[in-house]
Design a binder for this molecule. Structure first.
Ligand SMILES: Cc1cc2nc3c(=O)[nH]c(=O)nc-3n(C[C@H](O)[C@H](O)[C@H](O)COP(=O)(O)OP(=O)(O)OC[C@H]3O[C@@H](n4cnc5c(N)ncnc54)[C@H](O)[C@@H]3O)c2cc1C
Length: 281
């Protein structure tokens, strides 16, 4: 079996390589240049071309929102088997199997990948140290779509690689109150992140700000969680942060089991005082 690992600049391929190694020694890593490849269809077409030119029968992609779309398109295009959110691969008498997270990470299920080509996605971390040179690829023309440069949202790219993140959850009472969080983030030189209800339910911010299983995985030196309960789907996206500080009114909030510093209190009291203290320094 021959594996092809695809990442974007700034993403560490190591998790994907480690996932492939138990089932093959032949692992090739390609860092895709992003410019001109914003559309999922275009990326899927480029990756499909690489799969056939390199003769790969296993493709591993980052489990990010962007590559989730690419994985689905690629699976259709290659008539492949697909295992999103995989955590282990194994060669069994029945062929290649994947252990994958199901129901938002609550359960691990094993699926058999019984097609000639398999597409797998898994969590990747931000790259530490020098990045490999991106592979030069020509963006294909996609029928009915114009591939133009897209302005990045505030959190895109910045959030995944930020050294400090200030994230907030459903405890925030109104969209205007994001200004409180932003002021603290500015004082810390941090990127703003949020939990899923802020994106899905409140629709205050777009998906690029969401931290977690179906959002961005972050690994900053400081992760400050404000009014976030700490459900597993959020934790998987931030638990590798170096220092986790959580502020929550509920002393039993699960986030405190993952945090290095637990502050039981009201974010509306604590955030302005912390911002003022930082500004005074
Ligand atoms: C398939 C699937 C994928 C998911 N993916 C993600 C994901 O990527 N990211 C994600 O975040 N979630 C994700 N979720 C949702 C996840 O399960 C939780 O519902 C979500 O993380 C909860 O968000 P929250 O902590 O902001 O809200 P809540 O769980 O409602 O927590 C709010 C917290 O704020 C505290 N609080 C209240 N008032 C204050 C105050 N004044 N000061 C301080 N603290 C206060 C409360 O004690 C509580 O702990 C996913 C769920 C599923 C099923």
């Amino acid at each position: 079996m021959s594996a092809l690992v695809i990442v974007e600049p700034g993403q560490d391929p190591q998790n994907l390589v480690a996932l492939a190694q138990p089932v093959t020694d032949a692992v090739e890593v390609v860092v895709l240049a992003v410019a001109g490849l914003e559309a999922g269809e275009a990326t899927a077409e480029v990756v499909a071309g690489l799969v056939s030119s390199r003769g790969a029968d296993l493709v591993l992609l980052p489990a990010t929102p962007r590559f989730a779309e690419v994985a689905a398109l690629l699976t259709g295009r290659l008539d492949a088997a697909c295992a999103p959110d995989a955590i282990a691969l194994a060669m069994t008498p029945d062929g290649l199997t994947a252990d994958r997270l199901l129901y938002g990470g609550v359960v691990v299920g094993t699926v058999a990948l019984q097609r000639p080509v398999r597409v797998v996605t898994a969590v990747v971390k931000p790259l530490e140290g020098a990045a490999a040179a991106p592979e030069a690829v020509t963006p294909p023309a996609v029928a009915g779509k114009t591939l133009t440069g897209r302005t990045e949202t505030a959190a895109e790219g910045g959030l995944a690689n930020a050294e400090r993140v200030v994230a907030f959850g459903r405890a925030l009472r109104s969209q205007d109150d994001i200004a409180l969080v932003q002021a603290l983030a500015d004082a810390l030189g941090a990127a703003v992140g949020c939990s899923r209800p802020i994106v899905d339910d409140n629709k205050w911010l777009d998906l690029s700000y969401q931290v977690g299983l179906t959002g961005t995985t972050v690994r900053p030196q400081l992760y400050l969680a404000l009014g976030i309960s700490g459900q597993i789907q959020h934790l998987v996206g931030m638990r590798d942060s170096t220092l986790i500080v959580a502020v929550n009114t509920n002393p039993s909030a699960p986030i405190f089991e993952a945090s290095d510093l637990s502050v039981v209190g009201d974010l509306y009291q604590i955030v302005p005082r912390l911002t003022a203290a930082l500004a005074a320094r």
